[in-house]
Ligand binder design. Structure first.
Ligand code: MN
Length: 204
């Protein structure tokens, strides 16, 4: 099997009280794991695709055979998106970014406060299930929303360096229909040094 569920870089209860342990456990062992299993099932008979990086498959979905294209899009997207999502959070995160990331945010959005307000507004406004992303093209940053398990790699929309899962499975146990409360709480978890590393990697 080419893909495996990655271990979380922290315990299920590490993100309390902002994201509860039960939500983290279900999100990781059930939702993310299902994406991994279904991606593997889709690729089972396509051995040449198994050796390609997942990001390359998502960037060129038209190059994926039509009979598995939807499965790669949904479950490959799900695997890629969640793998990023876990790493951009940590216990004791939050605050504001520093260094080059702070400069890039200021350059693209005016200030960190303006960036945060726009990102939160877009996350609150996204209809149904999906993700909101911060993407990088060089030092140019943009906020992009995508439905379902899509991501900006699929539409040549820049490289995602940070993203928020606004599917109900990400917050419903603790927040029910109060998505804005989940979004506001989530800012207390951001691992800005990881996002900075993602920005640096995107520029290479
Ligand atoms: Mn999710």
């Amino acid at each position: 099997m080419p893909y495996e569920l990655p271990k979380l870089p922290y315990a299920y209860d590490a993100l309390e009280p902002f994201i509860d342990a039960k939500t983290m456990e279900l999100h990781h062992t059930k939702h993310h794991n299902t994406y991994v299993q279904k991606l593997n099932a889709a690729l089972e008979k396509h051995t040449t695709l198994q050796t390609k990086p997942l990001a390359a498959l998502l960037t060129d979905l038209n190059g994926v055979p039509s009979e598995i294209r939807s499965a790669v899009r949904n479950h490959g997207g799900g695997h890629w998106n969640h793998s990023l999502f876990w790493t951009i959070m940590k216990k004791g995160g939050g605050g504001e970014p520093q260094g080059e990331l702070a400069s890039a945010i200021k350059g693209s959005f005016g200030s960190f406060a303006e960036f945060k307000a726009k990102f939160s507004a877009d996350a609150g406004a996204l209809f149904g299930s999906g993700w909101v992303w911060l993407t990088a093209r060089g030092k140019e940053l943009a906020i992009v929303s995508t439905p379902n398990q899509d991501n900006p790699l699929m539409s040549a929309g820049g490289h995602p360096i940070f993203g928020l899962d606004v599917w109900e499975h990400a917050y419903y146990l603790k927040y029910q229909n109060r998505r804005p409360e989940y979004i506001e709480a989530w800012w207390n978890l951001i691992n800005w040094s990881q996002v900075q590393d993602n920005l640096a990697a995107a520029g290479k």
